[in-house]
Design a protein around this ligand. Structure first.
Ligand SMILES: [Zn+2]
Length: 374
């Protein structure tokens, strides 16, 4: 595992003073994409390592470290929504949970699609043997819950019982993007740690050090002629200034360029063609792009400020002359109402066509202010 990013080093030193975490439960909170989950895993790995170095970093060579890297450490349990588990680690599910977590009851299966986005009571109850029976060589045990706000009410109450009577030699690490959605009674039983976010320059430097190896990922695919630093800045802005979300955008930037080309073309905007071009992409991502684009249209309208597309002012400015500010704000509101639906659309193509047809009306809003159906 790579070393800690520079913006997390101080919090690591503070937390690991003496090599011991002086709490039975931690809540790491902060916005997405700043490395909270990775920090939590490094923390767990370090605490399970039999031979950590002077800075309490895992050695990477002992049996514990090897088990951890293979997702087979008997004293580590990862709890995450099923929908997320596979992407976190293709092997974590079978290695850590198949024997510990019972099947959900029939009623829960009926809402499987929704539950796939949540941490269920079955997963928390499945921890009973893990936390209450003696661990491997009576060692320290760690439960990582990510993201903690995805626990449904029953799961949260089940966890609360465990935190009220904390099992011995067990550390719970909760990671939350939206800690206000975690039960207050759970929060109050955790040592809460605000995870730091990097400033723009630090984030760009980190991105440049971790740039993907592909040779075709060096330049933004456009006539903008951005150098690599500007390209990193552009990805960072597009991610909402979250470096861990920004780097993977290299893989989708060509599609994003097509998207920008389409939505910034006033005269020949074709909603149906754009819907077709975007239908292979996750809907939530497309909505996110459109929200950020319209946010910048509104921001430029009001204050000549661009947050998410720092190198595209030349495209934003002429569009702002064509659209009405109130209509832009109304369209943003319309997108907000559509965003939750985008996770379970009945028909992806129709969904996309609707939002892009409405966007087409926004583009013509200087002459006739539309109302958006919400
Ligand atoms: Zn080790």
């Amino acid at each position: 595992m790579n070393p800690l990013p520079v913006w997390q080093q101080r919090i690591w030193e503070k937390l690991m003073r003496g090599g011991v975490v002086r709490s039975h439960a931690l809540l790491l909170k902060g916005r997405p994409g700043i490395g909270k989950y990775r920090f939590a895993r490094m923390l767990a790995k370090s605490l399970l390592c039999v031979n950590p170095d002077a800075r309490h970093t895992a050695c990477g060579r002992c049996t514990g470290c090897n088990w951890f890297a293979q997702h087979t450490h008997p004293n580590f349990a990862l709890i995450a929504p099923d929908a997320l588990m596979l992407s976190l680690s293709s092997r974590a599910l079978d290695a850590n949970h198949s024997t510990k977590v019972p099947d959900p009851p029939a009623g829960e299966r009926q809402t499987k699609q929704r539950a796939g986005q949540q941490i269920t009571i079955g997963q928390i109850r499945g921890l009973n043997d893990f936390v209450y029976l003696t661990g491997h060589q009576a060692g320290f045990k760690i439960v990582l819950i990510y993201p903690a706000e995805t626990m449904n009410t029953a799961a949260a109450n089940a966890l609360l019982k465990k935190l009220e009577e904390p099992p011995e030699c067990t550390l719970f690490i909760l990671v939350a993007h939206q800690p206000q959605r975690v039960l207050p009674t759970i929060r109050s039983r955790c040592l809460q740690i605000v995870m730091p976010a990097p400033d723009i320059e630090t984030a760009i430097q980190w991105m440049l050090q971790h740039w993907p190896q592909q040779t075709d990922a060096e330049k933004y695919p456009d006539s903008l002629q951005l150098d690599k630093r500007q390209y990193a800045h552009m990805l960072l802005a597009l991610s909402g200034y979250s470096p861990f979300l920004a780097l993977p955008l290299v893989d989708t930037i060509e599609r994003h360029r097509q998207f920008i080309d389409a939505v910034s073309t006033y005269a020949s905007f074709d909603p149906l063609a754009l819907a077709e071009a975007m239908q292979q992409q996750e809907l939530t991502v497309t909505i996110d792009w459109l929200q950020k684009w319209c946010y910048d249209l509104a921001g430029f309208h009001v204050a000549r400020r661009v947050r998410y597309h720092p190198y595209l002012e030349a495209r934003i400015q002429p569009l702002c002359q064509q659209i009405n500010l109130q209509a832009c704000l109304a369209y943003l509101h319309f997108l907000n109402t559509r965003q939750p639906l985008s996770r379970h659309p009945v028909n992806v193509r129709l969904f996309l066509e609707e939002i892009f047809i409405q966007y087409g009306r926004l583009l013509a809003s200087e002459s006739a202010v539309p109302e958006f159906d919400v």
